[in-house]
Design a protein around this ligand. Sequence first.
Ligand SMILES: [Mg+2]
Length: 467
Amino acid sequence: MATARGAAGRRALLVAAACLLWPPRAAPRARGLARRGHAGPEDSCVYLGLPRHRSNPRVNAILERAEKRFNQLRLEGNLLLGQPKTTGTKVGLEDRIYANTYVDLGVAEVVGFDYDYTLVRYKHTMLDLIYNVSCALLMSKFGYPEEMAAELTRRGYDPQFAIRGVAVDLETAWVCCLTARYRVSVAYYGRQRVSEDQVRLSYKSRMGAGRVGQEERRARLKPLNDWFGKVEACLLADVVQWLKDRDIPFEPKSVLSDVIDAVVSAHVSKAIHRQVEKNWSHYAEPGELRPLLEKLEAAGKKLMLVSNSPYWYVNSGMSHAVGDDWKKLFDVVVVDAGKPKFYTDDRPFREVSQNTGRKKFKKITSIDRDEVYCEGCIGELMRLTGWGTTLEDGYVDGSKIIYLGDSLFADLVEARRLFGWTTGAIIPEVAEEANAQSTSDMQLAWHSLQLILHCLRGCQEPRRLGP
Ligand SMILES: [Mg+2]
């Protein structure tokens, strides 16, 4: 399962490789790579010259061969990489399903969905709304200056500032980007970048790779993995910068705490939900949800919806996206599920009145597909529906249940750990990453990097890898 942090790390590596291998002509010499040109027309295809060993002809043979292969790859790469690898209907990179284990959709008996950012995909206007509502709460609930709220609201949310997967430092209120190896590569205090020296001196691991240990990460760095984490990062930086610009003394920990509370309050108070409900088209992407659900139903799959949102909001959005009769497509509908507690706690289900939204107090002994439930837990769901296979040791195998959600921790981790559900993450950033990786420049960079690494290994271990 890809993560924004991992993807960013890989892309950083690939981009770094591209920068190294495709500088202007004069750059290789400046980097210590002695360019070995050939006379005549072939000169145009020489992009890399590797240094030679002073006395070892075996190593020099490897270097020469790698150099030749690289230049050949660079010359012919666009033609070679441009060839389609598969036949049949072409599926866009953003419409493909990517797997990190074997998944047979044909044997799945149940397909479950989260609601927000899964069945409903929001536009960027949603993040603008969260930002503005949170700004207003900072003023009304936490006493921040009115002029600050007005100025930040006027400037608005900046989608370019942070990606999902950044972290905030709970001690300094820095917004940090960690590499795949847990090194703080970039940090911002307000909207200003923190110097590398300052970053290095701020964490225990000041030497070597600078990897921040697990204990220190848990104590100091709060990851922002959800969609609204992007708003938290941007709002925190904007508030800190506003205070810094005016020399207003403040405690970074307190500002961080207030910003996070404001964003959480914006959700818990349902202020955002009420705005969205008034104008779904403005905040949600139009999708072809109904054909997808009908296709799954026609294939004999049972459908389930488990959402943390209240029934009135789910009903409103699904009626907009699928139609007023959307509930007929689902076998189980659970709202106000309180994930991840839905997975970890032992709670009974409660029935929700579809007219008033009131939670009923009668005991639930079976799941009726015409009803809507709230709270509950995964163990009770498996028991009441009879889904899954009970093994000899009493363990219930739920691997034929596929559940899709956007939050790694709220939706996916515990469902897989406790009952073996097959889980899938909705990560729109993967499409962006896949598109970037599919470009010929990126593929050439990747192949070239592998070639050079192979060359290095060959030079270091000539006897094992051959001459
Ligand atoms: Mg969600």
